[in-house]
Design a protein around this ligand. Structure first.
Ligand code: HEC
Length: 120
């Protein structure tokens, strides 16, 4: 039995693949949270070896760095709660966020950076 629809299907498929290819060339996929880093070099170093492991990894369930929408309700709790949850842990958030030497000032600076708004 002949399959008259096949040539049309191939054409449509090629057109779709061609378009997808163009899109990939124009904008290679990058996870935006993974590309972010605090501008202060010392803070960036801390961030790199602690918070970033989860806060730039959507699979962790953590609010992602630069995701203002995800941070909005958390920031609304106020700096005291955020600091308490950073130091003592909160659900999937481990106590001290894997930065045992971090000061309260550093936690607040890291939270400000990740949430994209000043938290103090
Ligand atoms: C091992 C993974 C992990 C690391 C490392 C980590 N976090 Fe988190 N963090 C989480 C997860 C998961 C949540 C979301 C918890 C929830 O609401 O279920 C979270 C939530 C938070 C919150 C919001 C808490 C709230 O009250 O809603 C703050 C603030 C925070 N993290 C700060 C930090 C800071 C600062 C660092 C680095 C010093 C850090 N985290 C490192 C996993 C991590």
């Amino acid at each position: 039995m002949p399959k008259p629809a096949t040539p049309w299907l191939s054409f449509a498929l090629l057109a779709v693949l061609g378009l997808a290819g163009c899109g990939d060339d124009a904008a290679p996929p990058t996870a935006s949270s993974a590309a972010l880093a605090p501008s202060d070099p010392a803070l960036a170093k801390i961030y790199d070896s602690s918070c970033k492991l989860c806060h730039a990894n959507p699979a962790s369930g953590a609010p992602q760095s630069g995701d203002a929408k995800a941070w909005q309700p958390r920031v609304a709790q106020g700096a005291d709660s955020l600091l308490d949850h950073s130091i003592n842990g909160f659900k999937g958030m481990p106590p001290m966020g894997m930065c045992m030497q971090c000061s309260e000032e550093e936690f607040l600076a890291l939270i400000s950076f990740m949430s994209g708004q000043p938290v103090q």
